[in-house]
Structure formats: C-alpha cells, structure tokens
Design a protein. Structure first.
Length: 269
C-alpha cells in the first residue's frame, strides 16, 4: 500500500487552519503507538533540561508533530527539522510561524548527506530509517552531528513482523519501505560501527501494540486506500475502536516485550 498519497490528503485537510493542525497533532499523539513510546523517551531526556539551552535535530520530520511537542516543552530549545518533502517543509514553516514558535525552523535536507559537526544535543529519527537504503552513512552523519554526550533516539520497525511482514513470501504493508525491519543486533552493530560509544535497544509493539496498530492504523488506511469516501465513516469507526486502542497502547508502553514489531533505539556519542 502507498502511504504518501493518503498523507497528502490528510495534509490538505488539516493544513486549512492552525486550529485544525493542532487537532491533527493531538489525534496523532493519541492514536499512534509509536508517539507514546517516543514521548516516553523524550520526557526522560527532557526531565532536567527544560531550563537549559539545547539544540535538537528532528531528522525526517514528516508532518512536524514531534517538533511541535518538543517546541512546547521549552522556549530555550532550538529545533531544526529536516525532511526531503518540500511541501511538508513549507506547510510546517507556515504553521509554526502562525503560532509564534520562534525556536523552530524546517528545512529541506537529505539525511544521507546532511551533517553538522558537533551541533546537536538530541537527534530524533522516527520511522525514517526504514525508508533509507544507505543507513550506515546516515548513522555516521548523526554521530558526527551530535555533541559529545549527545543522544540519538530512533523509532523503526523490527524484523519480528515490522512493516506487517511475517514471512519470506510477504511484502511490506508500506510500499515506500526499503527494508521490512531491523534485527535488534543488526542495528546495534551498525550504530557501533558508525562511532557511537553506547547503544540501547528495546522492542515496542508487543502483542497489545500489534492489535492496537491494526485497529487504529492498518484497517483505516486500507479503507482509505480503497476509497477516500471512507473519510466520512472514520469518526464512527474510531468511536468504537478508540477506547480499545487507548488501553492497548497503555499496556504496550508500560510493559516489557521479549519481541515486538517495532524498535526503540538510543545511542550516545
């Protein structure tokens, strides 16, 4: 399934006013389990830094929802968000100017080439690496761009069913993915080879999360990919499934998983 056309439709709907875009961000934070996991890691990182100047790179910013969350935590944090899609960059810059967030800038950038030596305290990369073939080169750029002691936080599919692939004869649910998911040892080895001194990785999307993902993301996207008319039915669909997904998300974020279809990875320079 192609995800980008649906993302463009969503962008057209929610970019009409800053109010609608805020609503969109709040919906993503509630529905997307990866947002729950990423926010958990970011809250831990931010705990003692809200009154300190920090330089942050949102590497592959997409709609900009994580930049929005980070920029709301402290006005002393300077955030650069880069993405290869120019329409999302221009939409995001317009929105953040409209709401007066002066500590944020969106810029077009290719992560395979992007490097700013010893600049960032935090680099965030959410559901990006599965789209990039030259992943080790990107990891090297991240490592070089962090200040000593800086941290990289990654969310990406695992090889335990990530991208909804569960066998050799299956293909990725998202056609834009260049890999179905990372083996946990593989991504750790690649990060060490890129120069990181410490790496931690854990599974996300355990059993509760996998059910939640199907209810809140896979089935609605399949419907929308069939016909945009399903936009009319979505509120009624979520009215039934939303409470179930919330409970499943909470269980996934607060549990430990021996396996899962997602990975949360942290690496320190």
């Amino acid at each position: 399934m192609q995800y980008d056309p649906i993302k463009r439709v969503l962008g057209d709907v929610f970019n009409k006013t800053p109010f609608l875009r805020r609503i969109f961000y709040n919906l993503l934070d509630l529905l997307l389990l990866r947002a729950w996991h990423v926010h958990k890691e970011l809250r831990q990182w931010a705990a003692n830094r809200k009154n300190e100047e920090q330089h942050i790179l949102d590497a592959g910013s997409g709609f900009g929802q994580y930049t929005y969350w980070l920029s709301s935590q402290s006005s002393r944090w300077s955030i650069l968000a880069v993405d290869v899609k120019d329409e999302q960059i221009s939409d995001s810059n317009r929105f953040f100017r409209a709401i007066g967030r002066q500590n944020v800038l969106f810029r077009i950038g290719d992560l395979v080439k992007y490097r700013e030596e010893n600049t960032y305290d935090l680099i965030l990369s959410v559901d990006v690496m599965e789209h990039i073939l030259e992943d080790v080169e990107v990891f090297r750029n991240f490592q070089a761009s962090l200040v000593p002691g800086g941290i990289l936080v990654i969310s990406t599919p695992s090889d335990q069913g990530g991208s909804d692939v569960h066998g050799d004869d299956e293909t990725s649910f998202i056609e834009e993915h260049v890999r179905d998911g990372y083996n946990i040892q593989e991504i750790q080895d690649k990060l060490f080879s890129a120069g990181f001194s410490k790496v931690e990785a854990r599974y996300s999307y355990g059993k509760p999360g996998q059910i939640s993902w199907r209810l809140s993301m896979k089935y609605p996207l399949l419907m929308l990919n069939t016909s945009k008319a399903f936009f009319i039915l979505l509120p009624f669909y979520y009215l039934v499934t939303f409470p179930i997904s919330l409970v499943l998300n909470w269980l996934d974020v607060n549990g430990k998983h021996a396996s899962g279809t997602g990975l949360i990875v942290k690496a320190w320079k």
